[in-house]
Design a protein around this ligand. Structure first.
Ligand code: UD1
Ligand code: MG
Length: 450
């Protein structure tokens, strides 16, 4: 942009009752990130850009999420829910600071992009007092209709107040607006509540602008970008659209995705070069995958950092705090949590690794369990570089297995094992020659007599 300063106000004081949920609407997630965080991520940021979020009176979690997603956000409380025009004025103090551009966005439109925010600001530079984002709705029911004469926007008519002829208009108000900062506050303060709902409609700003002899205009975008979320069905639709976008972005960045329609990504997933994702991989928030790593089919990853050329799955579950070193391998039916696996570690089958640090090159046999929880506290397991843990061992934490140590299969290890030592724990093996045959013969004979 052109060095104009901006204030973006995101309205998030809605109750979202149609979600039928005790979670505030804007905290529902799309691609592992709250609706609000998506909008805040698209809003202008950096030098000259300030941000305000309007939240409901008992919505502390919404205010916290705003701060988490954008630490520069100021939050304002709308004490009574009297409409979108009223909500904007909850942030009057921020508006009064007089940014060049005032942008208003809704917290429930997670698919909005940064480019669209920029596009909407352009008409202000050309002298418009207000630019409204419009779209052609497949089904316009419920949306405000944009009344246009030539290239001028003359009014926005809310669905409830529209005449039958106006209801046939499919050009709708997306909710995103940009005001020239010089006149914004004067315009919004003039909005009244003389409508069917006695609400202060932000949309009435258009008629105020016209009455002041100023200009309002429309910038159009596609419907998918401005879908508002009011129901769980709409949330699921938005997820689909977002997943399609994320898959395309990953493919464009060079990730090999064998069956993109089966793979789910998070908004913050990062990829190195030559990464492969096989079928049915699900990636939650906080995952990074470095160059050359392969995530095999049916794996589930959340908050995990995958090193270069590592191999994960098929059927692996990587939970928060997992770090997999270069060339390490995690195989089928392995679960990890708060686990650091250094380079070249192998955990190939049927294993739980929790609260554990494994040194480079160690080999963890099939069925190994780190027993990290005693019902009250979690404890750590440390396994040194090059150690070999035999199959079906239980490592009862807190416990240290030294570098290069060897654990015999089937052991329950309850105390520390020094470097290069052998530790095992098992009963003697009893072998009775011919016993099985005698047993079978006796049983078979007894059955025949019956
Ligand atoms: C609004 C628009 C409509 C537009 C549609 C697009 C108005 C009057 N109507 O209708 O023209 O087509 O969005 O999705 O603006 N909010 C508050 N405080 C309030 C009221 C609302 O913070 O007092 C917030 C909500 O949390 C929501 C946003 O403002 O994020 C929009 O409110 P909502 O009730 O969803 O408006 P719509 O009826 O969808
Ligand atoms: Mg809405």
């Amino acid at each position: 942009m052109t060095g104009r300063t901006s204030l973006t106000i995101v309205l998030a004081a809605g109750e979202g009752t149609r979600m039928r949920s005790s979670t505030p609407k804007v905290l529902h997630q799309v691609a592992g990130q709250s609706l609000l965080a998506h909008v805040l991520g698209a809003a202008p940021a950096g030098e000259g850009a300030s941000l305000a979020v309007v939240v409901g009176p008992d919505h502390q979690p919404v205010a916290e999420e705003a701060k988490r997603a954008r630490p520069d956000a100021a939050t304002y409380i709308q004490h009574e829910r009297l409409g979108t025009g009223h909500a904007v004025l909850a942030a009057r103090e921020a508006i009064a600071k007089g940014a060049d551009d005032l942008l208003i966005a809704f917290g429930d439109t997670p698919l909005i992009s940064a480019e669209t925010f920029a596009r909407l600001r352009a008409p202000l530079e050309a002298g418009a007092a207000l630019a409204v984002l419009g779209f052609r709705a497949g089904d316009p029911t419920g949306y405000g209709r944009l009344l246009v004469e030539g290239n001028q926007l003359t009014a926005i008519r809310e669905h409830a107040d529209a005449t039958p002829a106006e209801r046939r208009i499919d050009l709708c108000n997306a909710g995103l607006m940009a005001f020239d900062g010089k006149t914004a506050l004067a315009i919004i303060e003039k909005i009244g509540n003389a409508n069917g709902k006695s609400e202060f409609y932000l949309t009435d700003a258009v008629e105020v602008v016209r009455a002041m002899g100023l200009q309002a205009t429309v910038i159009e975008t596609g419907e998918d970008e401005v879908r508002g979320i009011n129901t769980k069905a709409q949330l699921a639709e938005a997820e689909q659209i977002m997943q399609a976008r994320l898959r395309k972005a990953a493919l464009d960045a060079g990730v090999t995705i064998v069956a993109p329609e089966t793979v789910f990504l998070a908004a913050d997933t990062t990829f190195g070069k030559d990464v492969t994702l096989e079928h049915y991989v699900v990636i939650g928030p906080g995952v990074s995958i470095a160059d050359g790593a392969v995530i095999h089919a049916f794996s589930h990853l959340v908050q995990a950092a995958i090193g270069k050329k590592a191999s994960i799955g098929p059927y692996a579950r990587l939970r928060p705090g997992t770090m997999v070193g270069e060339g390490a391998r995690i195989g089928n039916f392995v679960e990890t949590k708060a686990a650091i696996l250094e380079a070249g570690v192998k955990v190939n089958h049927l294993t739980y690794i929790g609260d554990t640090h494994i040194g480079a090159g160690a080999n963890i046999g099939a069925g190994t369990i780190t027993c990290n929880y005693d019902g009250f506290n979690k404890h750590k397991t440390l396994i040194g570089a090059g150690a070999f843990v035999g199959s079906n061992s239980s490592l009862v934490a807190p416990v240290n297995i030294g570098a290069g140590a060897y654990i015999g299969s089937g052991s329950v290890i309850t105390r520390d094992v020094p470097d290069d030592a052998l530790a095992f724990e098992r009963s003697p093996v009893v072998v009775k020659d011919g016993w099985a045959k005698r047993f079978r013969d006796e049983k078979a004979a007894a059955k025949k007599l019956k």
